[in-house]
Design a protein around this ligand. Structure first.
Ligand code: HEC
Length: 154
């Protein structure tokens, strides 16, 4: 069955848009062990902000009273699947502050002192287990897109 990749605009953090290709990227398989290791990491470090089921904060699309964006979902209803693996790792290691936020602090904290690279990879695998095959395929196409254009870094 032919699968058409949806080309969508990048989210606040910016995403490279995969090049339209006539050969669909195969749907990537998940390592069940890695997903199983990522779930508890998520619950321990991420769930208090992003929700027990990665559903995001209520009204996550509306800036809060300080003008900052609340924690988004990591399931299909959010936009995490619109970031390639390298960008997700960078966000989790270094934290981020959306370009539209009004305060200067990092809204998403850095986890480089708390999580190993293996734990970060596992938590990303856990996110992928929440995504539809179409979103996993879209995200895999991003992973295979060689170089993000300048200015895409969060
Ligand atoms: C203190 C609250 C808080 C915690 C804890 C937290 N985050 Fe976040 N995270 C945020 C906020 C707020 C944003 C949105 C930042 C913005 O847009 O400025 C965010 C954004 C992100 C993004 C970018 C999402 C996207 O779709 O653009 C990723 C990925 C992410 N967080 C992963 C994690 C992971 C993994 C953990 C646990 C290891 C974690 N976060 C823990 C608050 C948090």
């Amino acid at each position: 069955m032919a699968v058409t990749l949806l080309l969508v605009a990048g989210c606040a953090a910016g995403s490279p848009t995969p090049t339209r290709t006539s050969t669909p990227v195969p749907i990537p398989t998940l390592d069940p062990g890695q997903v199983a290791r990522g779930g508890p990491v998520y619950l321990q470090y991420c769930a208090r902000c992003h929700g027990a089921n990665a559903q995001g904060a209520p009204s996550w699309q509306q800036p809060d009273a300080r003008g900052d964006l609340p924690p988004p979902p990591h399931d299909d209803t959010g936009h995490t699947w619109r970031h390639g693996d390298a960008q997700l790792k960078e966000i989790i290691r270094g934290g981020m502050r959306g370009p539209f936020n009004k305060t200067p602090e990092l809204t998403m904290p850095s986890f480089k002192d708390q999580l190993t690279d293996e734990e970060i990879d596992a938590v990303i695998a856990y996110f992928k287990s929440l995504w539809s095959p179409e979103h996993r395929q879209y995200q895999q196409a991003l992973n295979l897109t060689p170089t993000p254009t300048a200015g895409d870094a969060p």
